[in-house]
Design a protein around this ligand. Sequence first.
Ligand code: TPP
Ligand code: MG
Length: 287
Amino acid sequence: MAVSREQMKDIYTRMCRIRAFETAAKDLFAEGKIYGFAHLYLGEEAIAPAVCECLRDDDFITSTHRGHGHIIAKDGDLNLMMAELFGRYTGYCKGKGGSMHIADRNLGILGANGIVGAGHNIAVGAGLSIKIRGTDQVCVCFFGDGSTNQGTFHESLNMASIWKLPIVFVCENNHYGISMSQDRHQAIKDIADLIQRMVVPISQTAMSQNPIIGHLEEMILRPDPWIEFSANPLIPWCFGNCAVEITTSDLRRIVKGGPIATHKIDIIHALEDALHGFDITEGRIEQ
Ligand SMILES: Cc1ncc(C[n+]2csc(CCOP(=O)(O)OP(=O)(O)O)c2C)c(N)n1
Ligand SMILES: [Mg+2]
């Protein structure tokens, strides 16, 4: 099973778009031209484009404080985004929201969010609305490993599972809650262990070892409300007043070039497989 050449190109294009946007944002913050906070999606570029490739325009996503990549993957307007980062009136929120509050209801983007764990509840609301309205939309809830310590995470998973809401929970596990390593912020090693009695089945994928195609197949072919991606954050991926403490062993683990390099290699194989291509638009995530 393979993803078609067009789809691979589309995913890769979005990954590069995210890399370019975030690199520009990083430089502008470093030069002091943009104020406030920015949490960058550098090193995680493969996740949102791969997931959003499976979505229709009328599907929903909820985002996080690290939301630029999600918004770009769901076709957010780069000019409106950058204007918002600059605090301009021409930005997505008329310059009042900044990096962490970008939303676009026309594109089903229900908002980035400065409150860690708040996207989970919004996803439950969207999922419930889909169910009540009886449409075949889905809502993807992007969230980080750190947010799984929030009560909202547990409440939302519980409600989504008892009401069987059409939500796909996508854990972007970069093994840090911004600057605090996962083994310091939670006792469990494996986030999927935390929830396996609540939501089944579960698929876990390590982005670095098993690039894009496997993830797409997992999402499309099986009704699977939980996906965990292991991401490789690039440094620096946070601007603001937080101290980033990344250990040397983690730095070694971080692949130079991040998933863009991995995905580029994968594209060559994907193109070979494209003759046996699988049309994503044929598959829907069902609950
Ligand atoms: C309710 C709440 N508590 C604390 C914070 C401060 N904070 C911002 S990001 C973050 C860590 C989030 O970790 P994770 O979800 O893994 O996302 P990552 O930054 O690793 O992408 C924290 C604690 C916040 N924004 N909101
Ligand atoms: Mg994290």
